[in-house]
Structure formats: C-alpha cells, structure tokens
Design a protein around this ligand. Sequence first.
Ligand SMILES: Nc1ncnc2c1ncn2[C@@H]1O[C@H](COP(=O)(O)OP(=O)(O)OP(=O)(O)O)[C@@H](O)[C@H]1O
Ligand SMILES: [Mg+2]
Ligand SMILES: [Zn+2]
Length: 386
Amino acid sequence: MANQVLYRKYRPSTFAEIVGQEHVVRTLTNALLLDKVAHAYLFNGPRGTGKTTTARLLARYLNCAVLSAKRSEAMITRASAEAFSEGGFQSVCSKENACINCSSFFLGNHPDLIEIDAASNRGIDEIRALKEGIRFSPVQAPFKFFIVDEVHMLTKEAFNALLKTLEEPPKHAIFVLATTEIHKVPATVISRCQRFDFRRLNLDEIKNRLSSIAQQEKVAADDEALELIASYADGSQRDAESLLDQVMAFNDRHITLADVASVLGLIGLPFIRSFVDALALKNAPRALSLVGEAIEGGYDVEQFLKVLISYLRDVLLLAINPQVIEYIAKRSGNDYAQAALAHAQMLQPNILTGLIERFLEAGKQIKYSPSPQLPLEVAVVELLSS
Ligand SMILES: Nc1ncnc2c1ncn2[C@@H]1O[C@H](COP(=O)(O)OP(=O)(O)OP(=O)(O)O)[C@@H](O)[C@H]1O
Ligand SMILES: [Mg+2]
Ligand SMILES: [Zn+2]
C-alpha cells in the first residue's frame, strides 16, 4: 500500500500514539483496566483531533482477548491500573502477534465494529439498520461496538430512534457518538452518554508528530517547514498530515519552507525580493506589474502585505544592526537572510520606516476599498513618486 495517504497510514493503533487528549486516554484506559467501560460515550471536539481513532482503540482493547485475560487474572486495582497504563497497553498484542480481535482491528474489518456516518443520507437508513442489528449478538468479540460519526447530522427521527436504543442498550452493545458540533446534539442524547471533550492540538504537538512521520517516510524536513504546516493546520492533526502529503508529492527528499509556502500558495522569497528591488530602484511600473502578477496568481492582498511588511521589518532590523543576521538566518533560512541583508544595504532606515508605515496603512484600507489591491497600488505610486 505504497500510495496510502499519510493520515490513514499513520493512524495510531495504540493509545500511546495519541497526541494530546491525555485526560481522555487516561480515563478510558482506566475504565478498560477496571472493567468500567460505559455503554455510551460522546466524543466532542474539532475535526482531525483523534475522535474516531480513539473510539476504534476503545473497541480494540475492550474486545482484546489478551487484555481481558490479564484483567481477570490480575484483578486490576486503580493503583495497578495506573502502573500498567504506562506501557502495558503496547505489550498486549502487536501487529505481528495478535489475538483474533486485535488482528481484525489491524486489518480494519472487525465484524463487530460498526461505523455509521450520520453525514451521509443524514443517517435515516443507517439508524434503522442499527436498530435492527443491535439485537443480534456479536459475531466474534464479547462486545458489539457502534461508532456514529458526525452524530449532529442525524434527523429528528433518527435521533429519536437512537435515543430509544441508548435508553435500553443490550448488554453487549457499546456506543461512541462523535461530533464536531455538540450544540446540534439534543440534550436528551447528551445526558445518556459519558462525554469527553477533545482539544485542538498545539503547534509543537503537531510538529513533533509530523517530524516523526517524515522520518519514518525517510524524508528530510526543515523545522520551519514543519512549523508552517503545523500553523496552517489550526489544531487538526489530520489537516497537518494531509498538507504534509501534498508537500511530499511536490518534493519527497528534502522539504523546505519554500516548498511548503508554494504548496500553500504563499508568496515566496523570489517574489518578495523582486518587489523590494523595484521599490529600492523606484521602478513604479515594475512594482505595479508585480502586484498585478500576484493578484492574478491568486494571492491574497492581505497575505501579500503581511509577508511584505514582515520582510521589510527584517530589512530594517538588519539596517540598524547587521548582527541580527544570525538570528534571522536561523529563523527563516540563509537565502532569506542574505536577500534581506542586501536590501538593508540599499535602503536607509528612514526610507524603510516610511515604507512600513505606508504599507500598514494600505492594509487597514483594504476593508473599505472597492477593490482589494487598490490601496496597495496607491501606496506604491505615492511612495515611488515622492
Ligand atoms: N490526537 C491525535 N494523535 C495522533 N494522530 C492524530 C490525532 N488526531 C488525529 N490524528 C491523525 O489524524 C487522522 C484522523 O484522525 P481522526 O479520524 O481520529 O479524527 P476525528 O477527530 O475523528 O476527525 P473528524 O471530526 O473529522 O471525524 C488519524 O488517522 C491520525 O493520523
Ligand atoms: Mg472522525
Ligand atoms: Zn488483542
């Protein structure tokens, strides 16, 4: 499966691989070890943060024959559960050596793990099938496990049907309802479930996991490149991994900041360098035609100004103190630092502050302007004709 998308390929198959969500993992592993798994859970949280993955892991370990033997043998107490959790779950069944239920989990075809996507057809047929299917005993495992994804999409009728099953679930049935929009889930349903809130992952959590995936894929990746991906993913590990996938399709040997920027459609260094060259040489036609090119290329004016202003700021810092080059090179790469240094030698600090102030003003005017690039064009003409 060489072409499998990254976020499927690297879907965690143990609790230890789940990033963030410590409170959820801790509570669920304890419940598993103490034999206190509830009949219905509600997993709430932003997209791509591990809800479906965690639900599948709960199903995996609840039905794992090895774990359940250990549990009844050891009569696990809260203290020994904590101790076991440290690494014990990984020692229970691996891909190479698994009980029948874990092997079905690894193959992704467990007959007693039923996933329902409420978003498709708003769940009407699915919930009906569930109502009928739920009475039958599990085929292979002790428990039949139902994961209802995007549960907030269910119709009123489907919710009512679901509620009935949640009120009197058969002993062998466990539910995980997952949602990104809990305010659309009826209170009657919420109150029947044990609720967990998943959180957005932070920049470092996302970056570290990306870096370990890149390593396993044998791709070199610059730190700032992964950081840019992570910041674009806005807390979603899946979004980060699909972005990494796109960047790898573009360059699968060594990923740089420039690669990520161009996949994201951000303004690259060569472009900014030409634009500042035109400013320094007071070449208004050239500067205006670059603005036109950027807009035609689909760049967002605000994004353009943001990148331009932060570049001019670096140029200003270098004009005042060339020694900051080390810091700038470390943060944004050597090419960037050298380009900025060259501009620092062409432009006086007072000219640079004038440019920055005028572009900041243009940024504020975009909101009220009939066309987004107009304030930028006016700024260019004013700056270069004075
Ligand atoms: N907390 C996490 N730790 C590690 N990997 C994660 C985490 N969250 C998401 N991922 C990665 O993203 C992929 C998708 O995650 P998952 O399907 O569990 O997200 P979800 O919360 O169910 O999202 P959605 O709300 O869109 O259904 C996983 O296969 C995994 O590669
Ligand atoms: Mg999901
Ligand atoms: Zn097992």
